[in-house]
Design a protein around this ligand. Sequence first.
Ligand SMILES: Cc1ncc(COP(=O)(O)O)c(C=O)c1O
Length: 357
Amino acid sequence: MKITIEPAGPGDPKSLPANLGFGKYFANLMFSQRYSAGEGWHDARIGPYGPLSLDPATVVLHYAQEIFEGLKAYRRPDGKINLFRPWENALRFNRSAERMAMATLDPEDHVQAIVELVSLVQKWVPTQESASLYIRPTMIGTDVGLGVHASQSYLHYIIAGPAGPYFSTGFNPVAVYVCSDQVRAVRGGTGEAKTGGNYAASLFVAEKVKARGYQQVLWLDATERRYVEEVGAMNIAFVYDGTHIATPALSGSILAGITRNSVLKLAPDLGYTVSEERLDIQKVLADIRAGRITEAFGLGTAAVIAPLGTLGTEDETYTINDEPGPVARRLYRTLTDIQYGRIPDPYGWTYTIDSKN
Ligand SMILES: Cc1ncc(COP(=O)(O)O)c(C=O)c1O
């Protein structure tokens, strides 16, 4: 794919505060390309970061034909930059596109666009501990008109920005509300796709329980309200007796997380056993009470491993941990060591971009 390169917009990473927060700052270049039926993808360019101009009747604004991805670029000790499994994100982007009746793209082109953008904005890849460049590929339906239909034209764009740890509390256990009345996604619906509507559907409960001190919501399956699915915008895992890691099997309404997949591959090499299974919330709560579950954590690109401290239902609070457990710590350390290039990557997960500085 030929990408036209244009001058960057205003902005300088040197002016950013040391505490970056998450998703607040953006590099001064972005990638974009357009799709139209008949013509396919065209006009690939990397140009200044800036607002989009959309007709108020654009399809995405009314019928939510939108997908996105999230991946990170990490500053290595030698100054080069690592991308973590970008190919997997490109493949998942296409799976999301198919589910949302949108145009797919050549995964090679998608990875190339990410690599070229990151190469050009590399001075925005932070050097602080636990910070990284968060990359957000996005696609929206751009047909203009209010008839409900799959758009015939799309805009694919990629923005990126320096980010600190996802949780302002850092690597500390979070309080989780077990939601048994509302649901995030239903099997056969769009839960497996990374599309904005899933996140919109989660906000009502998340906002309601925030006021009660919860930082995340644990979602149960939509049919029986019985099986554990995800925690906030992360996959979830439970540690049994300090040695076994159990995570919900992909059900059709769970996002197939790349961090989850990486832990399933990595954990056996660290001496843990793993299983993907249907996890009944009542059994999980009983196992916490009985001390069999020694740790629980969320898994996702943003936080990597997020230890869970308590699970709260309407009636009770179940305490798992008041500090990160040894399994969460070890997985976090090993995964981030691979991501930041501090140890060799035996899995071929990292893609290294040479530093031009
Ligand atoms: C709903 C949901 N589940 C799980 C994940 C974790 O996926 P990954 O590890 O690929 O970031 C994410 C974040 O990307 C998510 O939004």
